[in-house]
Write a protein of this length. Structure first.
Lengths: 177, 598
């Protein structure tokens, strides 16, 4: 077995957006290369009104997911990520707003015309990244190679969702709002 | 001149109704060429136009409504966690096969792990009130994953139940790990500590263990936590003072005796440990003992206790343990019925039956032998004379007098004092032939060293080794190594006091209790030197008893004590009462006298 060094400064940002009652709520966990938590951040629930839906039109979803939730969470978090891992392809447009590679692990089997796909042992499913940033491919591969082999990229999302659930129970999300 | 078509000016022609209704206005030419006696008419300060009227209407609700902010905003809240200390960020080698890994480890199943994909995670406890504290544990990666990768060098992956034990310990400031002996409590505690050092949750910790187990702890630490530096307290007082106050070694190990000697240093409020782990914590079951008081006085943030026998005699043992684990949680006079409710969240106890359905069985065989004629004669004489003497003591009789007689009789049950004959030894030699022929190894326990010396002589063909209080400390570990590795050494002779706790002898398959200890918990400890994690074959336990002697009577009392333990930890409604009470000790003989009560 190749014993490759794990860079101690490698950090992974796991980004998810949950929908609830017409609103969107973001959760973001930064871990080291071993999956251990370094920082966690979540957003208040974003609920666009009817006029905003009309005025933002088709750009609403991308605006909320990428600009409003994704970019805000990453910029507000002190720990800079080496790689952003999202659980939906809808967050791939975030790549255009930040200078960090973004990959997505979609649960569906839809084809995404605006995404390229690669396979890696750190993920059970194909890994997507934006076709507009096709140059990220080798860098993503290199970063994933450096992640500890015990880390399965979809696992931390379970933790993030549990943390958001706990936050709701304790009223943290509404307090932040 | 009035405009053409208009008649003379009258009140009716001024269109007053239109002005009063406010619904429509029109500009009316007025002929000002009036006669002076005309009545007053409404006066317009300015000309009313249609544009003015429209502007007023559109500037009022419901015609104009705000549509709100077009900009969408979001707020965030964030939490940072302790960074892994730099010294623990170095790379580990991938998990490897341990050279001594027994094949049996692979087939262990956790009974309740129905979902093969279930992950073992740390969870916040009810004591974690702050969201940040709860988050810290919710966001930790699964423990099973930690041992799969390169981040932790471990000899082999812990069992699922051990992972659950680690997940139990890590979030708790107060914990009692009470697994049955042989399930790897030491490894669980070490791995939990190691992960917490890595996560920055611990900066220093103290392990307190019985003296004979210090070597064992050091060996286990090298195995399970090679990246955590540790040091054992030793040397003279000044050397130890330096270790207490100057040394920044993160993990320190001390035995109970040395800790008691250093009580003045320990009492220093500036000396604070993030965690104190008590091994064989039943050592502090007597609340008033100096050891218990000093242990409880250590300044600490977390308190973990480990023992396979949290209740040796009486439920109060558990109450007193909690004086260290979580002082104040259990009141000193707590009724046994309330104990489970107060302590259950803090205690984790698994038995081998709970966690390892595939572990080889432990077969207990009570071998009842008849004393040899010489032993019987000596025994009967000693008991009859002894009882007469006890009765003659009258009011001066004490329980110590009875104990002395019990000890005397038990020694005769082992060997005839005149001829050296021993019914037990005859049977033991016979059994050992079979053990050696099968290439197996055995442990023989006795309460005294003298019988062990005699037994060693009788078992010379089987390469006997000795491990008891007369063996110097520095020679003990090499003796255990030799017993493990020398194929010609089939038997090791141990005293209960020295060999019953903490040793890993799972390569042996036979345990002989040449005589019985007073307490079933100590006997269980002894038996579990062999019947523990890693054992691949059935373990046969032979308990020698001599017919119609004090041994049989004591065995009856021991069975009752065992029931006490099972009842309380099994959360029975009505825990059985005491074990060997003073009355029961007197009841071993037909004594009319009783000590005089003040």
């Amino acid at each position: 077995m190749t014993d490759r060094a794990t860079p101690t400064n490698l950090t992974l940002g796991f980004l998810t957006v949950l929908t609830e009652a017409g609103g969107y709520l973001g959760g973001y966990l930064v871990t080291n290369a071993w999956g251990r938590p370094l920082e966690f951040r979540l957003t208040t629930s974003v609920q666009p009104n009817r006029v905003q839906e009309i005025l933002y039109g088709a750009t609403l979803s991308e605006y909320i997911l990428a600009d409003l939730i994704g970019k805000t969470l990453i910029e507000k978090t002190a720990t800079q990520p080496s790689l952003i891992v999202a659980d939906t392809a809808a967050l791939l447009p975030l790549r255009a707003r930040i200078d960090v590679p973004v990959i997505a692990l979609p649960n569906d089997k839809k084809t995404h015309a605006d995404a390229l796909s690669l396979k890696h042992s750190r993920a059970k499913q194909p890994i997507l990244y934006p076709v507009k940033f096709s140059d990220d491919g080798p860098r993503i591969q290199q970063l994933l190679d450096a992640v500890d082999q015990a880390v399965e990229l979809s696992e931390p999302f379970t933790r993030v969702r549990e943390a958001i659930t706990e936050a709701r129970k304790m009223g943290v999300t509404s307090r932040a709002a | 001149m009035p405009p053409e078509g208009l008649g003379p000016l009258t009140l009716q022609s001024l269109a007053l109704p239109a002005l009063e209704g406010g619904e429509s206005f029109q500009t009316i030419p007025v002929n000002l060429d009036l006669t002076p006696d005309v009545v007053p008419v409404p006066k317009f300060s300015e000309q009313i136009t249609a544009n003015v009227k429209e502007a007023r209407l559109l500037s009022h609700t419901p015609w104009v409504r705000p549509i709100g902010k077009l900009e969408i905003t979001v707020q965030t809240d964030g939490w940072k966690f302790p960074r892994p200390a730099v010294e623990y960020s170095t790379l580990a080698k991938p998990a490897r096969e341990h050279p001594d890994r027994p094949a049996g480890r692979q087939v262990v199943n956790l009974a309740k792990a129905d979902d093969p994909n279930a992950r073992v995670r740390t969870r916040p406890t009810a004591d974690h009130v702050l969201f940040k504290d709860r988050l810290l544990y919710l966001l930790q990666p699964p423990l099973d994953g930690l041992f799969d990768g390169r981040q932790l060098e471990v000899p082999f992956e812990p069992f699922p139940y051990q992972l659950e034990g680690i997940a139990f310990l890590m979030p708790r400031h107060s914990a009692l790990l009470a697994d049955e002996m042989g399930l790897g409590k030491t490894a669980q505690a070490i791995l939990a500590m190691r992960l917490m050092f890595h996560q920055g949750l611990l900066n220093n910790a103290l392990i307190v263990a019985p003296k004979p187990l210090i070597h064992n702890w050091c060996r286990e630490l090298k195995l399970w936590a090679p990246d955590i530096p540790h040091e054992c307290f030793g040397g003279d007082t000044e050397e130890r003072r330096r270790m207490w106050t100057v040394s920044n070694c993160p993990l320190k190990i001390i035995n109970y005796e040395t800790l008691t000697r250093d009580w003045e240093i320990v009492a220093d409020p500036k000396l604070i440990f993030d965690l104190v782990v008590l091994d064989e914590a039943q050592r502090i079951k007597n609340r008033g003992s100096k050891t218990a008081q000093i242990v409880c006085s250590i300044n600490r943030r977390r308190s973990w206790a480990m023992t396979g026998t949290p209740i040796e005699n009486h439920p109060d043992d558990l109450v007193n343990l909690f004086e260290f684990i979580d002082s104040g949680r259990v009141p000193p006079d707590c009724p046994p019925k309330q104990l489970p409710g107060l302590t259950s969240d803090t205690i984790l106890r698994r038995t081998k039956d709970d966690v390892q359905s595939d572990m080889p069985p432990k077969m207990i065989k009570d071998v009842e032998v008849d004393l040899t004629p010489a032993q019987r004669e000596a025994y009967d004489r000693a008991e009859n004379d002894g009882v007469i003497q006890l009765n003659e003591l009258g009011d001066t009789l004490t329980v110590q007098h009875v104990f002395q007689l019990v000890m005397r009789l038990k020694q005769i049950c082992n060997f005839d004092p005149l001829t050296g004959e021993s019914a037990k030894l005859e049977q033991l030699v016979h059994d050992m032939e079979e053990v050696a022929e099968n290439g197996r190894k055995a442990i023989i326990f006795s309460q005294w060293v003298e019988p062990l010396l005699v037994i060693a002589d009788a078992l010379k063909p089987y390469g006997p080794l000795q491990y008891h209080g007369r063996i110097p400390q520095q020679e003990r570990t090499p003796i255990l190594d030799r017993f493990k590795n020398d194929p010609d050494s089939h038997v090791i002779l141990m005293s209960y006091g020295t060999g019953s706790v903490g040793l890993n002898l799972q390569f042996t398959n036979y345990v002989f209790l040449f005589d019985r200890w007073w307490n079933p918990a100590v006997e269980d400890q002894a038996i579990n030197r062999a019947h523990r994690v890693g054992q691949r074959h059935p373990v046969t336990v032979t308990r020698f008893l001599t017919e119609n002697t004090i041994e049989k009577r004591i065995a009856g009392v021991l069975d009752a004590k065992r029931k006490v333990f099972n009842d309380v930890l099994g959360q029975a409604d009505k825990p059985a009462s005491l074990g060997l009470t003073e009355g029961e000790i007197f009841g071993l003989f037909d004594i009319q006298s009783r000590p005089k009560r003040g």
